[in-house]
Design a protein around this ligand. Structure first.
Ligand SMILES: Nc1ncnc2c1ncn2[C@@H]1O[C@H](COP(=O)(O)OP(=O)(O)OP(=O)(O)O)[C@@H](O)[C@H]1O
Ligand SMILES: [Mg+2]
Length: 497
């Protein structure tokens, strides 16, 4: 288990309530409270208006009583009784411009503030309601309104503010306790719902990621996505896809590492065996027979090359190639070697042509270019041999190597008139072990040739042609950093001559 995921897992366990669940709970409570406050503001303002309007209504009844008497004359007892019943200090009626004082309490009546309930606004009532709630001392307030019954008349009353404040406080306490209960219920419901819909799946998701991170090669740890269609469902499926890819890549990496080791081992023992063969072939070169004399140098060269190659693989301890060590050399001499080697492998029905110009020079790693061209030529010969065997071959089977230079880029062509590259091989042609479509082939040859060409900054191309056969181009650019003015000058001079 890696340290990173270990601490993450511990954190996930320890912070169960400080994690996403806790945050969701806090936020729900905050938002529900906020909602309650937003509802409270207009409702307390409304409560005040309704309360005052009810005073207006009772005052109107008192005024009607007085209005019904002759000359508006009533006894003091009845006056005080009516005022107490309406809970007001003064009741006056206004008809047009004339104002009639209907009832008035005794004593000093200093009005602190007047309100006009006929105006309809929405913000002022809220601020006024709050002012009432926070005012501690009692005072007298005056009200003007349309009475509910009498038309064409305005009513004015004066009353104590304290009873209003007491009623508003009682209302607030009611609302507050209701809010708290409501908050708890709603918060609990929202929390449970969010927990079920979001938090729990996310926690499972995170747990899975951590579990997988501990051992990505264990395929049983790959997430099994549900059939949700929302973002979480998509994320689960994407994660599954990524985990499968990663797991496969890791397995492949392990296989490749094992393969690299195997290659090193094989190279090691192969080098020893080849060294023995080299000793024998050195002796062979001393034999006087002309046939032996003809083939012995080629055998020795081939063995030298094989030993060098094994040694190089061992030196780098890996299956990837050493970087090319480039130099200028004559291409024709190299292609001659290739043709010589390929001729030995080919039957007499396959002809090899070396059409490379004698003076063509190339800037490359000679050994690596040899391997590139050898692989291409061998493939061509093998394809031709196969077509000869199954009788689909042309009368004259040929492999041609030619090359041309275009500025700083040299192109080497290996062309045959065999069956062409099968479709099955085309799709993964340059991928190791994947491009092989030939019985007995490993599918490595073109992958190696491609890798070596790319290391030169070049490109290996399969040219599609209407004609029969396969055409491969090795396109190699010269090194850009090193200019060869002398060489270039020489060639230009030669062209001028
Ligand atoms: N000149 C060609 N003509 C027809 N098919 C070809 C030619 N060159 C390559 N192929 C196809 O491409 C496949 C891949 O070639 P590659 O050299 O990578 O592997 P291989 O020849 O099968 O195995 P090896 O690793 O031994 O070279 C071959 O199996 C063959 O089917
Ligand atoms: Mg091959």
């Amino acid at each position: 288990m890696n340290d990173h995921s270990k601490t993450s897992e511990q954190a996930l366990k320890a912070r169960l309530w400080r994690g996403l669940s806790g945050k969701v709970l806090m936020l729900t409570i905050i938002f529900v409270m906020l909602g309650e406050v937003l509802i409270f503001l207009p409702s307390i303002a409304n409560f005040r208006i309704t309360w005052l309007k009810s005073r207006i209504a009772t005052s109107e009844i008192a005024a009607l009583v007085v209005d019904a008497t002759a000359d508006n004359m009533i006894s003091d007892k009845l006056r005080l009784e009516l005022l107490r019943g309406a809970e007001v200090k003064v009741i006056a009626l206004k008809r047009g411009t004339s104002r009639h004082l209907m009832l008035q309490a005794d004593g000093d009546l200093m009005i602190a503030e007047r309100f006009d309930l006929r105006q309809r606004e929405w913000l002022t009532p809220i601020t006024e309601a709050f002012k009432v709630l926070f005012r501690t001392e009692n005072r007298l307030i005056g009200l003007t309104d349309h009475p509910p019954k009498m038309t064409g008349t305005d009513i004015e009353i004066v009353l104590d503010e304290k009873p209003l404040r007491d009623a508003m406080l009682a209302f607030s306490v009611n609302i507050l306790s209701l809010s708290i209960i409501l908050s708890i219920v709603v918060a609990a419901m929202v929390f449970l719902a969010l927990n079920y819909v979001l938090v729990r799946p996310l926690r499972k998701f995170t747990f899975n990621m951590l579990r997988f991170a501990n051992d990505p090669e264990d395929q049983s740890r790959i997430i099994v996505p549900g059939n949700r269609q929302d973002e979480i469902g998509i994320a689960q499926r994407e994660l599954q896809h990524m985990q499968v890819e990663l797991s496969n890549t890791l397995q492949q990496k392990n296989r490749l590492a094992a393969l690299g080791l195997a290659v090193s081992k094989i190279s090691h023992d192969l080098r020893n065996m080849l060294a023995t063969a080299q000793l024998i072939s050195d002796r062979l070169a001393m034999v006087d027979d002309p046939t032996v004399q003809r083939f012995a140098p080629k055998l020795i060269l081939s063995l030298d090359r094989a030993i060098g190659f094994c040694a190089q693989t061992l030196k780098f301890g890996r299956a990837s190639e050493a970087p090319p060590s480039r130099d200028w050399f004559n291409l024709r001499s190299l292609t001659e070697e290739i043709v010589d080697m390929a001729v030995i492998q080919a039957s007499s029905h396959v002809l090899l042509y070396n059409d490379v110009a004698k003076d063509l020079v190339v800037d490359a790693d000679r050994e690596q270019l040899f391997r590139i061209l050898m692989n291409l030529t061998r493939n061509a010969v093998q394809a031709l041999e196969a077509s000869i065997k199954d009788g689909t071959a042309l009368r004259e089977c040929a492999v041609r190597i030619k090359a041309w230079r275009d500025g700083g880029v040299i192109t080497i062509e290996v062309r045959d008139n065999g069956p062409g590259v099968p479709d099955k091989a085309r799709n993964h042609l340059f991928e190791a072990f994947k491009g092989g479509a030939r019985a007995g082939g490993t599918g490595l040859g073109l992958a190696i040739a491609n890798e070596l060409t790319r290391a030169h900054g070049g490109e290996l191309r399969l040219i599609t042609d209407a004609e029969m056969g396969a055409i491969f181009w090795v396109v190699l650019p010269d090194r850009i950093t090193e200019l060869h003015p002398g060489r270039r000058g020489q060639r230009e001079l030669a062209a001028g001559e």
